[in-house]
Design a protein around this ligand. Structure first.
Ligand code: PHE
Length: 338
């Protein structure tokens, strides 16, 4: 009996030492000290041995029980310490590493340019107007004197949403929407997105324009020239030369395109201005009487001018950006430069 006790104790101690997690250790405890455990069985069976033997065996058994119990406690503590150390190693925080700077957001370069442009016209008394990106053919074309079958429709590379509904190809439909709402005098600028089926280094299917419209009595082409020259000088600097070139738009008559001296070479001629020294930035003209007729304005009494500029083009010139697509790829390395 005593030999048996000794061997139970020794294997128990071996198993305790071998247990390498809390669960295995608990199984060992149950196996020896549990209600049906090996040691418990022996203590229970004491009634069957002779009283002389009972004393020594009882003592030995209790001693073994204590030894096993304290070995389990010690092993448990060791395992916990080991687990804690492993966790600490895994979640280690190196306080000597440099901190990470929080990134500060900023305005997109196109938004910045839009704000700058509208604030110059704000200074001249123009108010900001807006219209929908998804537009009817009536506002985008017909009311602007571009009837169905007019060759100018082909030039617009239109995205159709469904028959009669398009993604606006320019911000000019906002002219008509404003004139339907208010009577002259009208002085508005309309910044917004525009869409055309076109994509290369200087064209994106979605781009931005700022429209301008001024209607009153005695509005003249000279007024248009003065306003746009003021804008160019404010935006690109006093030394920038401005050139009005005759052009055609169905909704203005007479019409012009405006060029500025190349912002890159100063007019000497370079790759950006295709060696002409000039860069086109906008289209403009005197509002066509037919457009006033659609707006139900008295075209005997009122005259007006309108202009529309390409914002992306202007942003590219201002910041020497060589592809319009940089503006829309949302690459932070690019955007963070502004
Ligand atoms: N809507 C014209 C375009 O997109 C620009 C323009 C606007 C021309 C207003 C004249 C008057 O090309």
């Amino acid at each position: 009996m005593l030999d048996k006790l000794e061997s139970i104790r020794d294997t128990a101690l071996e198993e305790i030492e071998a247990a390498d997690d809390a669960h295995t250790l608990e199984q060992v405890r149950v196996r020896y000290l549990g209600r049906k455990g090996a040691l418990t069985q022996i203590l229970r069976g004491l009634s069957e041995v002779s009283p002389e033997e009972r004393k020594t065996i009882g003592q030995q058994a209790n001693q073994a029980k204590e030894i096993i119990a304290s070995a389990i406690e010690a092993r448990k503590a060791a395992l916990e310490a080991q687990a804690m150390e492993e966790r600490a190693l895994k979640d280690r925080v190196d306080l000597t590493l440099p901190g990470r700077k929080p990134r500060v957001g900023r305005k997109h370069p196109v938004s910045q340019v839009l704000d700058e442009i509208t604030s110059i016209f704000d200074g001249l008394g123009f108010q900001v107007a807006t219209g929908p990106d998804i537009e009817t053919e009536y506002y985008n074309f017909e009311s602007l004197n571009i009837p169905e079958g007019h060759p100018a429709r082909d030039l617009h590379d239109t995205f159709f949403v469904r028959p009669g509904v398009v993604l606006r190809t320019h911000t000019s439909p906002v002219q008509m929407r404003v004139m339907e709402q208010i009577e002259p005098p009208v002085a508005v600028v309309a910044p917004g997105r525009t869409y055309r089926v076109d994509s290369d280094a200087s064209h994106s299917p979605m781009f931005f324009q700022v429209e301008g419209l001024l209607v009153d009595e005695d509005v003249t082409f000279a007024g248009l020239k003065g306003t746009l020259m003021h804008f160019v000088h404010e935006y690109f600097g006093k030394d920038t030369a401005v050139r009005f070139r005759p052009h055609y738009f169905p909704f203005t008559e007479p019409s012009a395109e405006v060029d500025i001296s190349c912002t890159v070479c100063g007019g000497q001629g370079c790759r950006i201005c295709k060696h002409s020294g000039w860069l086109e930035i906008l289209g403009c003209g005197m509002v066509h009487p037919e457009v006033f007729r659609f707006a139900e304005y008295d075209y005997e009494r009122y005259t007006g001018y309108a202009f529309g500029m390409g914002v992306d083009r202007i942003a590219m010139l201002r910041h020497s950006i060589d592809s319009i697509h940089h503006l829309y790829e949302n690459d932070l390395r690019f955007l963070e430069q502004f």
